[in-house]
Design a protein around this ligand. Structure first.
Ligand code: NAP
Length: 251
């Protein structure tokens, strides 16, 4: 009997948590669609590593703030692999630390557009493509929230924290909306994780500043986070939906 490989689409799969999730999926033999916005070389490198593991991978350029580009990345994935079983809504940004009173219109718009609207476009496309009969393994949607959603990030990123609060609420509602269509919807809430996102927010050394505040006394790795993300995509999590899974070292 031929077993068809499962397919996963990961937004922002070129680096950090998205890339680590892509590698785990490839290791498990899944077909992987690696979305990225700007860094084609990094996305290609992730795809090459997956192919080196013996799985299939494509790169799909597309900015999640563009609903047409989001729909096109789903179409490209289906065209390449013929199936879609899991979607990881991972692409997200932070902006330099600042109190709300000093945040510009442009910054607020960028954070909200990427982290909320972009996630909604991706979740909507997933809601259109993942439903399946109840007698098949469930489809899975995993959204990257943040511990910031419950910490609030005062004087740093209340915009970012609130955008992740929206992800938590979307996860709750959509999990109930899609359960009867055999789609599980969960969120992972990482704490401080060692990736490039902190440099892109203007503080490359942020993990060293925050690590002493973490009960486990260190930042997490992208791979430690990806383990939780990919687990939620698999049948091992077949009875888990509507969950907010903290991967935050106890913080
Ligand atoms: P990262 O290293 O900065 O990687 C971000 C990824 O998202 C990159 O692949 C980037 O692609 C892509 N991306 C950014 N904007 C995009 C857009 N508009 N359209 C498509 N792709 C876009 O980030 P990370 O640390 O792995 O974070 C991944 C997720 O986890 C984010 O949602 C973040 O908020 C969340 N999270 C991270 C931490 C942490 O401490 N690292 C903590 C809590 C939550 P390009 O490079 O091509 O632009």
């Amino acid at each position: 009997m031929t077993v068809t490989a499962r397919t996963i689409l990961i937004t922002g799969g070129s680096r950090g948590i998205g890339r680590a999730t892509a590698l785990l999926a490839g290791q498990a033999g899944w077909n992987v669609a690696v979305n990225y916005r700007t860094d084609n070389t990094a996305a290609r490198q992730t795809a090459d590593e997956i192919e080196g593991l013996g799985a299939r991978a494509i790169t799909v350029q597309g900015d999640v703030t563009d609903s047409g580009a989001v729909d096109a990345m789903f179409d490209a994935t289906l065209q390449a692999f013929g199936t879609l079983d899991a979607v990881v809504v991972n692409a997200g940004i932070v902006a330099p630390a600042s109190p709300l009173a000093e945040m510009s219109d442009e910054r607020l718009r960028r954070v909200v557009e990427t982290n909320i609207l972009g996630a909604f476009y991706c979740a909507r496309a997933a809601a259109r493509h993942l439903p399946r009969p109840m007698d098949r393994p469930s489809g899975a949607l995993v959204l990257l929230s943040s511990a910031a959603a419950r910490l609030g990030s005062p004087n740093e990123y209340v915009d970012y924290a609130a955008s992740k609060g929206a992800i938590d609420t979307l996860t709750l509602g959509l999990s109930k909306e899609l359960a009867a269509q055999n789609v599980r919807v969960n969120a992972v809430r990482p704490g401080i994780i060692d990736t490039d996102i902190h440099a892109s927010g203007g503080e490359p050394d942020r993990i060293n500043r925050i690590a002493p505040l973490v009960p486990l006394q260190r930042a997490g790795t992208a791979m430690e986070t990806a383990e939780a993300v990919f687990w939620l995509c698999t049948d091992a999590a077949s009875y888990v939906t509507g969950a907010h899974l903290d991967v935050a070292g106890g913080r």
